[in-house]
Design a protein around this ligand. Structure first.
Ligand SMILES: Cc1cc2nc3c(=O)[nH]c(=O)nc-3n(C[C@H](O)[C@H](O)[C@H](O)COP(=O)(O)OP(=O)(O)OC[C@H]3O[C@@H](n4cnc5c(N)ncnc54)[C@H](O)[C@@H]3O)c2cc1C
Length: 389
């Protein structure tokens, strides 16, 4: 039987941060990871360069049933704090756009940095460790393939359901259920859409085409690039709104955000140009051809009635798409929903009804936008629990 003050289950972003934060306080900490290595998601994140934070991370950039829950942890561990750590380890980084910070070279450097901090703090990192049971007769008692382990504080940092091929599991949700802690409904987020059959037939040949749009779902609006794939839509604008989308809902796309309203189209009425040729000046020609072929008559704008042009302008600025589905957890960057934040202390992440049990990172019902916000939540919630556990 091995005894620890703190056991952290899950060696991802949140778990590693929590483990060394607790270790620095002199706590005897073990981190258990079922994969052969820690941080697999960090390794592939940001296209291999890890978008490790966002300079402007604020509570407004997160989805949650209780939107204010994340305020306290985010305020107590800020992007500057993580940047200071990255600078201490001399990892070169740059801002790509909109406050998104990436490593210049490789995400591996972030993993090595976190492991180095764990080593300094005396954290025992056990990879290939499977937890088969968790009991709480008094202290927590864990049955594992390494034998029985005991601890005072147990931190669940096993992430969400996205990318099962990298070891994602429902372990965290099962532990919550075991201890009577409620969950909110989970669904894939930051995930590409799959076209309906009609749109698939029309637009799939355009796979690879990208254009700037404003994408809307309900009241969420994102102005970014959209990418057509062989099965549907992706690109930052689409990934962002996907987190707000529920099955059956409509997504509207402003395909010409650079020309608001109908005036621009009406102003072209004096020319002999067709809509297709006009749009080909704004969009990739193939998209202009297929979109116009579907929605407009192949006649010069001169011969098109004002009402028809106004109708086309409405369609250009509010093109409705009803995705058949998303690509699901296999392609999702995150899981929306999770451990109900009403069950947790926003200061420490400790479960109100189970003293000593903590939930951090993506397993919690706090989901960030695309752009470094999810890692910032992992660091902040991991830090909050690491200061308390
Ligand atoms: C392709 C991709 C790219 C991404 N890029 C970015 C980005 O650039 N910036 C950003 O902010 N966010 C990004 N994200 C999201 C980000 O990776 C996650 O939000 C973040 O990793 C969550 O951290 P976590 O520690 O909560 O969970 P995870 O990082 O998922 O870590 C959970 C860990 O627990 C382990 N585990 C699971 N079950 C068990 C179990 N039963 N026993 C033991 N261990 C277990 C897992 O193997 C894993 O190591 C990306 C996600 C994906 C999928």
């Amino acid at each position: 039987m091995q005894r620890y003050d703190v056991i952290v289950i899950g060696g991802g972003a949140a778990g590693l941060m929590c483990a060394f934060t607790a270790g620095r306080r002199g706590r005897r900490v073990a981190l258990l990871e079922h994969n052969a290595r820690v941080g697999l998601k960090i390794a592939i994140s940001g296209g291999g360069r890890c978008n490790f934070t966002n300079l402007f991370a604020a509570p407004e950039n997160y989805l949650s049933s209780r939107p204010r829950f994340c305020v306290s942890a985010l305020a107590r561990y800020r992007p500057e704090d993580f940047i200071a750590l990255v600078e201490k380890h001399r990892i070169p980084f740059h801002e790509k756009k909109q406050g998104q910070l990436f490593c210049d070279f490789s995400s591996r450097q972030v993993i090595e940095m976190l492991l180095a901090e764990c080593a300094i703090a005396g954290v025992e990192v056990h990879c290939g460790c499977r937890v088969v049971s968790v009991e709480k007769p008094g202290r927590f008692s864990l049955g594992t393939n390494r034998g029985l382990l005991e601890c005072d504080s147990l931190v669940i940092a096993t992430g969400g359901l996205s990318l099962p091929r990298l070891g994602a599991s429902d372990f965290g949700y099962r532990i919550a259920e075991q201890f009577g802690i409620s969950l909110t409904e989970t669904r894939p987020g930051l995930v590409p859409f799959i076209f309906s059959d009609e749109e698939q037939a029309l637009f799939a040949p355009l796979s690879g085409v990208s254009l700037p749009v404003v994408a809307r779902v309900n009241r969420a609006t994102f102005s970014e690039a959209m990418l057509i794939t062989h099965r549907g839509l992706s690109g930052p604008a689409i990934l962002q709104v996907s987190s707000y989308w529920r099955t059956g809902e409509e997504v509207t796309l402003d395909l010409l955000p650079q020309h608001a309203g109908a005036e621009w189209l009406l102003a072209q009425r004096e020319t002999k140009i067709t809509l297709e040729d006009l749009l080909a000046r704004e969009w990739p020609a193939r998209f202009a051809a297929i979109w116009s072929g579907r929605y407009a008559r192949p006649i010069p704008l001169q011969q098109t009635r004002t009402a028809e042009l106004e109708q086309l302008a409405r369609l250009l600025h509010r093109w409705p798409i009803r995705p058949a589905a998303t690509e699901g957890y296999a392609k999702a960057e995150v899981t929306v929903g999770g451990v109900d934040t009403g069950e947790l202390s926003s200061k420490t992440m400790e479960a109100r009804r189970v003293p000593g049990l903590y939930f951090i990172g993506e397993v919690v019902d706090v989901t960030g936008w695309l752009g470094g916000y999810n890692f910032q939540w992992a660091w902040a919630s991991g830090h909050a629990a690491g200061e308390a556990a």
